[in-house]
Design a protein around this ligand. Sequence first.
Ligand SMILES: [Mg+2]
Length: 268
Amino acid sequence: MLHPLLRRLPSIIHPLSTASVHRRRCAAMAGSPARYLTVATTRKASLKGVVFDMDGTLTVPVIDFPAMYRTVLGEDTYASLRSASPSGSIDILHHIETWAPAEQQRAYEIIAHFERQGLDRLQIMPGALELCRFLDSKKISFYRRGLITRNVDAAVDLFHQRFGIMFAPALSREFRPYKPDPAPLLHICSTWGVSPNEVMMIGDSLRDDVVCGRRAGAFTCLLDETGRYESPGCYTDEQKPDFKVSSLEEVLPLLEDYFNLVPASQTA
Ligand SMILES: [Mg+2]
């Protein structure tokens, strides 16, 4: 039988991810598989904070990543790395770290050039302001709204200034190690004084955001605007998100239906 919430929100929940949430919640409550649906439909998980990716999640994707990768890597290396990755994604920062210093310097300058071009065209993602206002209304505002990006500090500063919504902590790639390592998310949880399993990581990258969230033990929500992750073959075990949405507007009902949002004032 289809879960009632799945009937109500058919576009939001990924079938695999729904099971993942149920399993995790059952495990937390020491429930048996027989209690599976009962637990899922009668209990909500506590959520004390939300952490966002920036590029492609809070902002509209404006960086031409394929062009940037081609320029940094060269056409042949770019093509071979793409074909070696099941999802076609490339972890360019980790790749560059294996290079000689002079080559690294050249690569970072190219990346900085593309990122500056992106900043000139920066736009807020539809639904981001509304979602932040909703979190404000639940008092999960500045105190429990974090950001983790592989972009640079200057881009985060510009984002804060341009759109007037604040995230703290807001960690850029100057914080090492960066996503998909769980360290930045664990750092944010520690700063807030909350457990990772009371936090949700929202982002548009399976490889960076979902894996970071899962490794930290947080709930994960994948933003898949274009449907590029429709195929079950896209996901490795570590990349299966708890939720999948096609827009940030869909996050708000998801939070209301599946979670008790705990105001910052009620936590340590
Ligand atoms: Mg992103």
